[in-house]
Design a protein around this ligand. Structure first.
Ligand code: ZN
Ligand code: ZN
Ligand code: FE
Length: 752
């Protein structure tokens, strides 16, 4: 019996091949629980078979558990693949979508029925999660069900030794889905050659094209053309947020971005995520458009993963295109053909659609390599819906997640199924996507809810959805406890730890906005031992978007009203009327909730350095600060820890440095070093008090490479055992897993 990601990834044909090779008879069968194998033969051959089974697994398969036992001898004339069997409510896993494989690319170049066929796939590659509507994974339960296989495809599908044996989405030019090209909602062509010629011309001429892909639509334009990128921003109503870039191939990409071996592996993996890389200082000409990534040195890049990407690059003159989700700002990625034609026809130069429906919407996933490990920031195409193995029993638990960057999570046995990235629930379209996806995934994974978990925030859409989801016991989990629990669940920890959550905002039970929490906690409960000192958030949410407000808040705290006299550019340029107003708000406590959010301190410093006064995308301040960091600067500022972590001395230090005209790069690095030192000092205090030396790191601030590497190194140097996120996002996309872990622990302790 084999458990894990073993369905829809060419596992049974693989078993067949190795069984034949080792002269065994018997059978292999998919059930909705696992894959069962029975072999007969000499013990020597069976041992060899077991070795091959472990060592030669297909690229996208993952064996989680394998149980082998002897059974009553029986006679089988041959080795065969039995039909799928529906055993119970248990399920095996659903494979994420897989980038087109090299063999299929080769088929696309050969004369025959798959010449230039843009939907070519096999058991090693192609669509999976995005087209599956139910289990077990059979063509009839996918959006390929409407396409009848032609005799050639059928023959391959039924030939055990063929690479397309039981490849559910298999198709060809004759029988499968195809693309159509529209210009201004007029159908122009359904011939792939005409289509790719037309859209590559449009892109090379500076146009914008909407293209239906695997998990949704993309907008594409030339990544070297400043004017096209500017037009794309206007179209998407997306002022500054960096765009992802699809490069022709790894060699070209390498000319533009610094690339480590691990980053290369991520880029080339079958998951094909967007990988965040440092742009090279010197790049060939032409240079990538400056307005692609808001002038940051970080750039999100990926490599072709669909057959049509490869077909396009055969014709494109440009080496790279912007490939960004086809949607309007903060709406979910578009999947419906009719909506695409209606909404985008007047806005873009061409629309390329296809007639294979997308059942489960996915975005491109985003990862970054930190500390020589791939860390997932946005978990969607290629990653979802693979489960996380949990130490505790999660059966029937549904966790609803946070508000922004939402993902939800549901439990089955010792597996937690985290949904694909959903997005910002404050957007109505996204909230609808959220609700429908919950219903779909619960059905797909056959989950019967018995316990619900939500954030403590009373007005989160997710909290309301959870509270209104039927008459089940409800667990409310504090946001930062959930962050730490998420990282604990990912690392299978179930004990008392020191938790450091550095984050933007989260609801605190004391009525304040938390966000830099040093906890002693286990999965059940936490005590809040330390945090950054509270600071007024003048204007509430507005202060999150406008870092200058945070600068005033900190300056006022440290220097009082006299700060306006300080002679540094950021302060000199402040509008005295507005400044006066903010000071009044703080003094009279009008619309000034208190926050301990670490992100706000980053915002304040970004404002003092005059990097960002009004953010044009989320976390712009922290990202710009990080992008200034230099190597080989060990200096830091002073800070104090009493009942809370106090950074007044650091603010004074930064002001002094600014007066001395010290370079921003040095100040930004000293600031980062200070936060790293502070995290370590706080951890030391908790270790002394509690005797615990396991530290768990979570929260969006830990997406900062310099900071995460710095904190891990310093803590490890001081003999702490450090745990951080890798497969699960450190940002609010990981919250649901934490909620689920807390709920499951409380159920085990009979606290719910
Ligand atoms: Zn393939
Ligand atoms: Zn066919
Ligand atoms: Fe958070």
């Amino acid at each position: 019996m084999v458990n894990g990601l073993v369905q829809g990834v060419g596992f049974r044909p693989f078993i067949y091949r190795i069984a034949i090779r080792h002269e065994l008879t018997g059978w292999v069968q998919n059930t909705n629980e696992n894959v069962k194998i029975l072999v007969t033969g000499t013990s020597e051959n069976i041992n060899q078979f077991l070795i091959s089974l472990k060592e030669e697994v297909p690229p996208a398969a993952m064996i989680e558990e394998m149980i082998a036992k002897e059974v009553e001898p029986a006679f089988f004339p041959e080795f065969s693949i039995l039909g799928s069997h529906n055993l119970s409510d248990e399920i095996t896993e659903i494979s994420p979508d897989i980038a087109v494989c090299d063999d299929c690319l080769e088929d696309m170049g050969k004369p025959g029925f798959r010449l230039d066929y843009a939907f070519v796939n096999c058991t090693n590659c192609g669509p999976r999660f995005t087209i599956i509507s139910d289990l077990p994974y059979d063509r009839s339960q996918t959006t390929m069900s409407s396409f009848e296989m032609c005799p050639d495809c059928r023959r391959e599908y039924e030939t055990v030794t063929d690479r397309r044996f039981h490849a559910q989405p298999t198709a060809c030019n004759l029988c499968g889905p195809h693309y159509q090209l529209y210009v201004r909602d007029l159908l122009i062509s359904d011939q792939i050659d005409t289509i790719t010629t037309c859209i590559s011309d449009k892109i090379d001429e500076g146009g914008i094209v909407l293209m239906k892909g695997l998990g949704g639509m993309h907008l594409a334009c030339d990544a070297f053309n400043e004017a096209s990128v500017a037009r794309m921003r206007e179209l998407k109503d997306r002022e500054g947020k960096p765009f992802a870039v699809l490069f022709r191939d790894i060699e070209t990409l390498e000319e533009y971005a610094e690339l480590s071996e691990i980053e290369k592996q991520s880029l080339l993996s079958w998951r094909r995520p967007i990988v965040l890389l440092n742009k090279k200082k010197k790049t060939p000409s032409p240079e990538l458009a400056q307005n692609l990534n808001a002038g940051l040195n970080l750039i999100g890049v990926m490599l072709p993963y669909l057959p049509i990407h490869h077909l396009l690059f055969r014709k494109l003159k440009t080496q790279a295109i912007v490939l960004t989700s086809g949607n309007f700002s903060s709406e979910p990625i578009l999947i419906e053909n009719q909506v695409a034609l209606k909404d985008f026809s007047p806005l873009v130069d061409a629309i390329v659609l296809h007639n294979r429906d997308i059942f489960n919407r996915t975005d491109d996933s985003v990862v970054r390599v930190i500390g020589e490990k791939e860390r997932v920031f946005r978990r969607s195409r290629g990653y979802a819906p693979a489960p996380v193995r949990t130490a505790l029993n999660t059966e029937g638990i549904v966790a609803f997640g946070a508000e922004l960057t939402n993902c939800f999570c549901s439990g089955k046995g010792h597996k937690a199924f985290l949904s694909q990235h959903i997005g910002d629930l404050q957007n109505i379209e996204t909230a609808l996507f959220y609700e429908s996806t919950i219903a779909r995934l619960l059905k797909l994974f056959r989950i019967r809810p018995s316990l619900l978990a939500v954030d403590m925030h009373p007005s989160y859409v997710s909290t309301r959805t959870g509270s209104e989801s039927g008459d089940f016991p409800l667990v409310r989990v504090q946001h930062h406890h959930a962050h730490i629990a998420s990282c604990m669940a990912e690392n299978r920890l179930d004990e008392k730890v020191i938790g450091i959550a550095l984050d933007g905002t989260g609801y605190g039970p004391d009525g304040n906005i938390w966000g830099s929490e040093f906890l002693i906690c286990d999965l059940n409960e936490f005590t809040r031992e330390l945090h950054f000192e509270y600071i007024p958030l003048p204007g509430g949410d507005l202060a999150v978007e406008e870092p200058w407000r945070m600068a005033i808040s900190y300056l006022y705290k440290v220097f009082g009203r006299e700060f306006t006299e300080i002679d540094i550019p950021a302060i000199k340029r402040m509008d005295s009327e507005k400044t006066g107003l903010i000071i009044q708000m703080i003094e009279k406590k009008i619309n000034c909730p208190l926050t301990s959010g670490a992100g706000r301190l980053f915002d304040c410093v970004a404002s003092l350095l005059d990097l960002v006064q009004v953010a044009s995308f989320q976390a712009e301040g922290p990202m710009r600060l990080e992008s200034l960091v230099i190597e080989n600067c060990q200096e830091s500022y002073e800070f104090t820890i009493e009942t809370a972590l106090n950074f007044d001395l650091m603010i004074r230090g930064i002001i002094e440095d600014l007066k001395q005209n010290l370079e921003n790069t040095i100040i930004a690095t000293k600031f980062h070093n200070t936060i790293i030192q502070a995290a370590w000092c706080a951890a030391e205090i908790l270790r002394k008090k509690q005797g615990i030396s396991k530290v768990v790191l979570s929260g969006g601030v830990f997406q900062n490479k310099y900071l995460l590497e710095g904190v891990i190194n310093l803590l490890e140097k001081n003999k702490f055992e450090v745990f951080s996120h890798a497969a699960i996002p450190a940002n609010d996309g990981g919250i649901a897993l934490g909620q689920l872990a807390v709920a499951s622990k409380r159920r085990e302790l009979k606290c719910v």
